[in-house]
Design a protein around this ligand. Sequence first.
Ligand code: SF4
Length: 319
Amino acid sequence: MNTPPRPVVGVSSCLIGAPVRYNGGHSRYKFLTEELDRHVDWLPVCPEAEIGLGVPRPTLRLQDSEGSDRVISSKDGADHTDDLADVADRHLRELRRLDGYVLKNKSPSCGLYALPVFDDNADRLRGTGRGAFAARLTALLPDLPVEEQGRLSDAVLREHFVERVFAHARLRTLLDSGWRPRDLVEFHARHKLQLMAHSPEGYRETGRIVARVGTSTPEEIAASYSEAFHRTLAVKSSRGKHANALQHVFGMISPLLDDARRHDLLAGIEEYREGQAPLSLPVALLRHHCAAEDVAWADSQTYLRPYPDPLRLRHPVAV
Ligand code: SF4
């Protein structure tokens, strides 16, 4: 089996320990620095430091100005919105090489969700918005898996984000490789269950694109497949969809097993479906039996190995 590609992930610099916050501190997040760090390469960016605001610096806030969210200095009222957004444009070549991005929450530059936006007198909440750098990043790269650090403490969101990052790295590596039609067919076949576990319709849509290989230009196929692949994996999975994917593998291996092992496997899938066992339980059983019985097609499915095992992201029962 080929070595899986190592993803490259953009990150708000303060999250991996750079002392670049307004007060000279950092916001080191252990999941990133002590777990994910072993399996990815980082591209750290601090937009506020890059535009020369200095450390320490006055705080910033999001403020409404004639219907537009602006990033305003609390000290002198300077508007830094466009400069912060331009950081994403300046880095665009490197950002296009990324497989994911982790942004610091509650930052008027990096925050992705529900940042408070004040009225133009800065004394009343008007609504919520997105940080200036985060808004430009997500507009420039709509298919990139992007998540906020605060949400990564949720086991389901963490698992989903990491799964998407590693899938993004695999597809990027393929499309950068001078691929041939059969490479894309093989890639799609390996991702069948992973795509189905998110959206059966998305799996069929990506399959229709693969079927056009040879009748369209490679560039058109690559762009269409990439967009549909990432959109499909962005759909939240569910216990039911996972159980269906597991049943699919079970169907392939079942004729090779004796009654006792078949029963154990079905019981593991049902325990997971009913929320009594983590996803890692039936996946481990299936992997074991696929390897023991040499069921190569099932054993090669990325669904059974979506990211490095030591991350152990399928162990919480909630996933
Ligand atoms: S949240 Fe963004 S702008 Fe603020 S310190 Fe961290 S990296 Fe810099």
